[in-house]
Design a protein around this ligand. Sequence first.
Ligand SMILES: [Zn+2]
Length: 164
Amino acid sequence: MDATQLPGVGMVNPVAIDVDRARAVVSAIVDPEIPVLTIADLGILRSLEEEDGRVVVTITPTYSGCPAMGQITEDVVTALARADYQAEVRMRHDPPWTTDWITEDGMRKLDAFGIAPPTAQHDVVCPKCRESEPRMVSFFGSTACKALMVCSSCGEPFGYFKRF
Ligand SMILES: [Zn+2]
């Protein structure tokens, strides 16, 4: 039975799914905790497919302790609903996400935002003055993903996106 022939069935009229368009919509969603980074920048978008008239988005969480994933799930569903697509978000934990999946573009954006991008801890530089020996104040900063550092040269506090 084809739902398109049944008036009034379903909240959203089935539309042909343009996977590229859906991907563009999803890729542009920003991380709620680090709003300079999109889902594409973070490298957490594993796949996006059409399945039974819906868009099925598979995401690998940045890591289990990050409460942002619930928000991201909601944002994906909402953004696709605005594009007239019904969506389902699935989580895939294997293989686990690592900061190596952050794109070059994402690394640049983090730095421009004043967050030291993930790198070996002894390679962290102050995003403000480029001093290379910041001091770690707290292993857990404003979010579990970040440590709080203080520059030993200019005194600027900044987040360091921990590499893992
Ligand atoms: Zn500095």
